[in-house]
Design a protein around this ligand. Structure first.
Ligand code: SF4
Length: 257
């Protein structure tokens, strides 16, 4: 009789860190059809996000004329010709289900189309990378500058200051655009510049400026590594079976060159 097989003792290496340490990724700039598609989609996505609050929609006397508006004091959501009340929350549920199914279909048919082209984390990170490349140069130049052992020269310091200033400006613009969806946009802009807007508007702009700056400037691949969609659609890679984020993949491929 064959002796029963003993279950393998699971070896746990206590010295292994819980999280993978961050390794800076230096993506190489690329060109071609897919890059052009990505630039186009980035411009469209950012254009829609920043300009949509200023689009008007006539709903008649007494009703707000902002095409997309989340009217919290009156518990209404306006989207062009649609007006939703709190008791019609099932529309949102339906919309979320449709969005989830569309995402799964997109993934099955075209791979990680959402991650590669449309996810806000990708769009803003790509924009931040474009600024970085414009100021500090392409992959090799950036690597050389980061690895330079000599004390920072004035030229390098001014590059870093300029990059972070533009990043902060984009982040602030992003946070500023978000609050415009919650009030009449032209009125709120006037109030914001004359410091007469409600304190909560400044608070949210501050929070969203900080999160955009951190997520797109510093936590680029980490967001994908730990995001729910990133974990769900994780695929084994040739490197240790660890997954690669769509943002990190570009740099990792270029690192092999
Ligand atoms: S993994 Fe998550 S955060 Fe990263 S691009 Fe995809 S959906 Fe966006």
């Amino acid at each position: 009789m064959t002796p029963p097989v003993k279950p393998e003792v699971l070896q746990i290496d206590d010295d292994r860190p819980l999280y993978v340490a961050q390794r800076k990724v230096y993506p190489q700039s690329i060109s071609g059809t897919f890059r052009r598609i990505k630039w186009t989609l980035m411009v469209v996505c950012l254009g829609v996000y920043y300009l949509l609050p200023f689009v008007r929609w006539n709903r008649g006397l007494g009703a707000p004329d902002q095409a997309v508006l989340i009217d919290l004091p009156n518990s209404r959501f306006y989207f062009f010709f649609i007006e939703l009340w709190p008791q019609e929350v099932y529309y949102f549920t339906g919309l979320l289900i449709v969005a989830a199914v569309t995402l799964f279909l997109m993934n099955s048919v075209g791979g990680r189309v959402w991650c590669g082209y449309l996810c806000p984390q990708t769009v803003w990170t790509d924009l931040f990378y474009a600024v970085e490349r414009l100021i500090e140069g392409d992959r090799r130049e950036r690597m050389k500058k980061d690895a330079a052992a000599d004390p920072m020269k004035l030229e390098r310091i001014s590059e870093i200051v300029l990059k972070h200033s533009i990043w902060l400006l984009i982040a602030w613009w992003t946070g500023g655009a978000w609050v415009l969806y919650f009030n009449d946009a032209p009125t709120l802009v006037k109030q914001l510049v004359t410091f007469q807007a409600p304190m909560v508007a400044y608070l949210w702009i501050g929070i969203l400026t900080a999160t955009t700056y951190l997520l797109a400037g510093f936590m680029r691949e980490q967001v994908c590594t730990y995001s729910a969609h990133g974990r769900a659609s994780r695929q084994p890679s040739p490197t240790n079976g660890r997954s690669m984020s769509p943002i990190a993949t570009t740099g990792a491929k270029s690192a092999a060159r």
